[in-house]
Design a protein around this ligand. Structure first.
Ligand SMILES: N[C@@H](CCC(=O)N[C@@H](CS)C(=O)NCC(=O)O)C(=O)O
Length: 228
């Protein structure tokens, strides 16, 4: 038990609570981690996130904050004396939000479909969508590097890094399922270097789940998203 009034309802297998853990680490905030299995959903989750009933939820005292990217912004605003997660400049902040939304709307959705569909043939169009988004992300990262930044957000991990980096476990899972790498030096040299750097950052190290462990939970994803 930590002595802070922060609790995270999460699950080791999901990229979304992982984002919150990284943000809490960046701000050096202690919290109690409550592991949710989602099958069945706990009373606490259902009460704390009655609209979506999804993880993560950050409990700050008696307040519940839902949706990973909104939680990241909340953490950044409330504990604003620590390292920043969003840029201070309004335009840069808008751009960070744009890329974070792109990563979730394009890359993550294609990844989720790819994982949940049955066979290799059915995965093909989604693998192509993932590849397209990786090329776009590589282009953006090259631009950041030309501006002298090591991460999307600058010299330190920021919103876009956390949003994209939280997907590395799922990417590893897709690579294992398909027997080939998705993020490759020839096509995405900057993303390769960025991913190594991100995964070994002290605020991230050890948090990205192993592909084999994730593969053992595909049934859960299929249960949760069978109606979609
Ligand atoms: N947009 C949400 C997505 C959260 C999400 O999809 N969480 C999944 C776990 S990977 C979940 O709780 N699913 C339960 C359900 O769909 O019923 C966020 O960014 O927090």
């Amino acid at each position: 038990m930590s002595n802070t009034n922060l609790k995270l309802i999460g699950g080791w297998f999901s990229p979304f609570p992982l984002r919150v853990k990284i943000a809490l680490n960046i701000k050096s905030l202690e919290y109690d981690n409550i592991e949710e299995t989602l099958y069945p959903k706990s009373q606490l989750l259902v009460q704390s996130n009655p609209v979506h009933k999804k993880i993560p939820v950050l409990l700050h005292g008696d307040k519940a904050i839902c949706e990973s990217r909104i939680i990241l912004e909340y953490i950044d605003e409330v504990w604003n004396s620590g390292p920043s997660i969003l840029p201070s400049d309004a335009y840069d902040r808008a751009m960070a939000r744009f890329w974070a939304a792109y990563i979730d709307d394009k890359c993550f959705l294609a990844m989720r479909k790819c994982i949940l569909v049955g066979d290799e043939e059915a995965r093909k169009p989604y693998l192509e969508e993932i590849e397209d988004s990786l090329v776009t992300i590589e282009g953006e990262l090259q631009k950041c590097c030309r501006e002298g930044k090591g991460y999307f957000g600058g010299e330190e991990i920021g919103l876009v890094d956390i949003t994209f980096g939280s997907l590395l476990g799922l990417m590893g899972m897709i690579e294992t399922m398909n027997g080939r790498k998705m993020i490759v030096e020839e096509k995405h040299p900057r993303v390769v270097k960025w991913a190594e750097r991100f995964a070994s950052d002290p605020n991230v190290k050890g948090l990205i789940p192993e592909p084999e462990k994730l593969i053992s939970l595909i049934w859960l994803g299929k249960e949760l998203y069978k109606k979609e």
